[in-house]
Design a binder for this molecule. Structure first.
Ligand SMILES: Cc1cc2nc3c(=O)[nH]c(=O)nc-3n(C[C@H](O)[C@H](O)[C@H](O)COP(=O)(O)O)c2cc1C
Ligand SMILES: [Fe+2]
Ligand SMILES: [Fe+2]
Length: 397
C-alpha cells in the first residue's frame, strides 16, 4: 500500500509496478516504476492523474481509504498517456459524478482511447484557468510536448505544490517512502538519465519552454507522475532537467561499437585506452549488439564525448549502430564532440553514412576513420589522434 499525506490535505495514492519488463515496450525497468497519483481533499475532492490499468484494483482501494466514504468531485488528467490515464474508466465507474478535468486535446484523446463519449463527463480547462475547491485553488498551466502535445501541469497555490506530470519523473518503484528526504535517492538520480534520454529526450526545447514558464512560480514541492516527490532535492532535480534539456553534459566519453569479426572492436579498445591516458575518468564502452540502447542513450546524454564505431554491412551501417544513430537523430542530439570509425572489406559505405548522419545531427565529426579489414598501424595512430582531438574538443564544449 502506498498512501501518504505529503502536505496538509494532499495525499499520495499511487502504485508500484515491479512486473512490467519494458516501459513503452522498449525501456528496461530493473528497479520497477511507480505510477504516481495524488488526492487533494477540501470541500471538493480532487484526484490528480490515475495509474496503469493493471494496477487499478489497488489504486481504487487507496482512493477509497483516503476519501473515507466521501465522493470524488474532479479527476485532473495532466497527461493522457495510458500509464496515467489507464484507470479512468474504473474511476468513472466507481465515482459516476466525477468531472474529468483536462484541456481540449486531452478530452479528445480520452474519448478516442476509452470511448467515454458523453460530454457530461468533462470539464475543459485552458492555460491559466483555475478551479476553487474550498481552502485550495487549482491552477492549470499548459506545457505542451513534455511528453505529449496535451501535457499540462496543475498548481495548488496554498501549499505551493506543482503536479508536473512526466516532467521531473524518473524510473524506479517507490520502496516504502514517497518524499525524497525520507529515502536514499541515489537510484532515482541514476535512473533519471535513462528516463530523461529515453522518454523525454526528444522534447528538450519544450522542456526548456516549460521550465521558463514555471520559473516565476513559488514551488515548494514537485509531485511528478513517476518516482519520488521532490522537496529537499528539488533544486538538484530542476538543475539536472535543465542541463539535460539544454544538451549540457559532464566530462567523459562514451564509445559504442558494433562488430562481426572483431576488427572494429579492436579500434574501440585503442580509443578507450587513449582517453584513459589523457586522464579521462568517465569512459563508457558499449558493444551495441549486447548493451541496452536505453543505457547507451543515457550515457550519451550524460557525457560530452562520443565515439561510434561500426563496420560496413551490405552497403549500410551495422544494424545496431544504425538503430543508435537513428535514435540520436530523433532526439536531436546536441553539443557532442563526435568521432566515428569503421572497418570494411571490399567497399566502404560506413564512412559516407556516418558523414551523412553527422550532417543531419548538425554535429561536425572530429574524425571519420576508415579501416580496411584489420587495418594498419596508421589507422591505430588515426584513432589515437581522434581521441586526443575529442579530449581537446570536450574542453571547448
Ligand atoms: C552480412 C555482411 C555484409 C557485409 N557487407 C559489406 C559491404 O557492403 N561492404 C564491405 O566492404 N564489407 C562488407 N562486409 C564485410 C565487413 O564489413 C568487413 O569484413 C569488416 O572488416 C567487418 O568489421 P568487424 O570485424 O568489426 O566486424 C559485410 C559483412 C557481412 C557479414
Ligand atoms: Fe508520458
Ligand atoms: Fe509517464
Amino acid at each position: 500500500m502506498n498512501i501518504k499525506e505529503i502536505s496538509g490535505g494532499i495525499y499520495y495514492v499511487g502504485v508500484n509496478d515491479r512486473t512490467t519488463q519494458r516501459f513503452e515496450g522498449l525501456w528496461p525497468l530493473p528497479y520497477g516504476v511507480s505510477y504516481n497519483s495524488y488526492i487533494i481533499k477540501s470541500d471538493k475532492n480532487v484526484l490528480v492523474d490515475t495509474v496503469e490499468q493493471s494496477e487499478a484494483g489497488l489504486f481504487i482501494e487507496n482512493i477509497e481509504k483516503v476519501l473515507g466514504g466521501k465522493d470524488l468531485d474532479y479527476l485532473v488528467i495532466n497527461h493522457m498517456e495510458p500509464d496515467h490515464s489507464g484507470s479512468i474508466v474504473d474511476i468513472v465507474n466507481r465515482y459516476p459524478n466525477v468531472k474529468i478535468v483536462g484541456n481540449a486535446l486531452t478530452i479528445n484523446m480520452i474519448k478516442g482511447f476509452y470511448r467515454l463519449e458523453n460530454s457530461n463527463h468533462y470539464l475543459a480547462v485552458k492555460d491559466g484557468d483555475t478551479i476553487n475547491i474550498g481552502d485550495k485553488t487549482l491552477k492549470f498551466i499548459m506545457t505542451p510536448m513534455v511528453h505529449w502535445p496535451e501535457t499540462m501541469m496543475t498548481y495548488v497555490c496554498e501549499p505551493a505544490i506543482m503536479f508536473t506530470g512526466d516532467a521531473f519523473g524518473t524510473f524506479g518503484a517507490l520502496n516504502g517512502a514517497v518524499i525524497d528526504h525520507e529515502m536514499n535517492t541515489d537510484v532515482y538520480f541514476h535512473e533519471m538519465y535513462r528516463y530523461y534520454s529515453n522518454i523525454v529526450g526528444k522534447y528538450g526545447v519544450h522542456v526548456q519552454k516549460a521550465l521558463a514558464k514555471v520559473a516565476g512560480i513559488d514551488i515548494k514541492m514537485i509531485c511528478p507522475t513517476h518516482g519520488p516527490v521532490w522537496v529537499e532535492e528539488f533544486a538538484r532535480v530542476v538543475e539536472l532537467t535543465d542541463k539535460l534539456s539544454k544538451g549540457e553534459a559532464e566530462d567523459g566519453v562514451v564509445i559504442v561499437y558494433g562488430t562481426m569479426y572483431g576488427n572494429t572492436a579492436r579500434y574501440a579498445e585503442i580509443a578507450a585506452q587513449r582517453f584513459a591516458e589523457n586522464g579521462i575518468k568517465n569512459i563508457k564502452v558499449y558493444n551495441a549488439t549486447f548493451a541496452e540502447i536505453s543505457d547507451i542513450l543515457a550515457d550519451i546524454f550524460r557525457y560530452k564525448g562520443l565515439v561510434i564505431g561500426g563496420p560496413t554491412y551490405s552497403a549500410n551501417l551495422f544494424p545496431p549502430i544504425e538503430a543508435l544513430l537513428k535514435a540520436l537523430e530523433v532526439r536531436e542530439l546536441k553539443n557532442k564532440a563526435l568521432g566515428v570509425f569503421g572497418s570494411y572489406t571490399w567497399a566502404s559505405s560506413a564512412t559516407k553514412l556516418f558523414h551523412d548522419y553527422s550532417l543531419r545531427l548538425g554535429l561536425p565529426l572530429v574524425s571519420n576513420v576508415e579501416i580496411r579489414q584489420r587495418g594498419s598501424e596508421q589507422n591505430e595512430e588515426d584513432i589515437r589522434m581522434m581521441a586526443d582531438n575529442i579530449v581537446h574538443a570536450i574542453k571547448l564544449l
